[in-house]
Design a protein around this ligand. Structure first.
Ligand code: ZN
Length: 333
């Protein structure tokens, strides 16, 4: 139990065969969390909070945990249920003249050690350095941040998983790190992270009603030059037009007044919607003039999407005026 920040000393007098007691210069609940973080990393263990008694009179703080491979919160057949009985108990004693009188050895010194850390029993599974146990660790905060960054950049869960695995492979001691799921989570854990990230980015109801979150984000997109127009008056048949700055420029090209190539992809994302790309030919290849997102591939839905485009971008075909919807459809056929 070595630490750069904390002083730890084993209380040999009170420690027993199945219970080791340590004293530490941990003074606040925040410091308990800091120490626990260091301890988790050093011992490659993880802990589930069992209880944190409130309204304490005699001590400053008291909280206890169970090894994460205990039977707590698990079904009997779970691979993570190692029926591990190890408990971790941390108390912070008050420091005053009465407590110092009772505990002079640890409280009466220049740097007092008010925290009493009790670890009971032995783990039923190997801890540090055991590849099997490493695979059960939860994703660390640092790893979560790395993955959130990948998702922000548009990577799918599978691509983010491969990217992270590759970067872990390049690190020293990569064999052990790759087996450590707090650094290199499994694809299932990554999928779960992705679900959390998507909920925070796109809202709770993404998949059934994406529009509240999308409307909230319109000003942010607009500030970057991307325009979004929505027609969700009918929840069964809705449409949305997305036009980015490069698409706005492509709309002005002469080629956009001649031929537009259009193609739809279906069942995109969780809304199972359709993406219809409208592309014009440029010297650099095909460039979209708009992206239409609509709920289904019915005539009514296509008409709704094209109407939304025409209403908002009447001159989108090379600057030529489009007077009627049939004009748009004519341009597109
Ligand atoms: Zn354990």
């Amino acid at each position: 139990m070595e630490s750069a920040k904390f002083v730890l000393e084993k209380d040999e007098t009170n420690s027993k065969k199945d219970k080791s007691i340590w004293r530490a210069n941990i003074n606040t609940p925040d410091e308990v969390e800091d120490w626990l973080k260091e301890y988790k990393a050093a011992s490659q263990t993880d802990w589930i909070v069992k209880d944190e008694p409130k309204g304490l009179q005699r001590v400053e703080f008291h909280k206890y945990w169970q090894c994460h491979l205990s039977k707590r919160n698990k079904v009997e057949k779970s691979k993570r249920n190692k029926i591990c009985p190890v408990k971790l108990d941390i108390k912070i004693k008050k420091i005053n003249r009465f407590t110092i009188r009772n505990d002079p050895k640890y409280l009466g010194r220049e740097i007092p050690l008010p925290a009493v850390i009790t670890m009971s029993n032995d783990h039923t599974h190997p801890t540090k350095g055991c590849f099997e146990t490493l695979g059960y660790l939860r994703i660390s905060e640092e790893t979560t941040e790395i993955f959130y960054k990948y998702f922000d950049e548009g990577l799918s869960p599978g691509a983010a998983y491969r990217m992270n695995d590759l970067s872990v492979k390049l690190r020293p001691n990569s064999g052990e790190l790759r087996a450590n799921s707090s650094v290199n989570p499994t694809i299932r854990m990554v999928q779960h992270l992705f679900d959390n990230w998507r909920r925070s980015e796109f809202g709770q109801s993404w998949g059934t009603d994406p529009f509240p979150k999308l409307r909230e984000k319109i000003p942010a997109y607009e500030a970057e030059g991307t325009s979004i127009h929505i027609d969700d008056s009918d929840s069964e048949c809705w449409a949305c037009v997305v036009v980015t700055p490069i698409m706005k420029r492509a709309q002005k090209l002469a080629s956009s007044g001649e031929i537009i190539f259009t193609d739809s992809t279906s069942n995109v994302e969780f809304t199972q919607s359709t993406f219809t790309l409208m592309l014009t030919a440029t010297k650099g290849g095909a460039v979209p003039i708009a992206v239409l997102i609509h709920s289904a591939q019915t005539t009514a839905c296509y008409i709704k999407a094209y109407k939304l485009l025409k209403d908002n971008y009447p001159n989108c075909f090379g600057g030529k005026e489009v007077s009627t919807l049939s004009d748009v459809i004519h341009k597109l056929i």
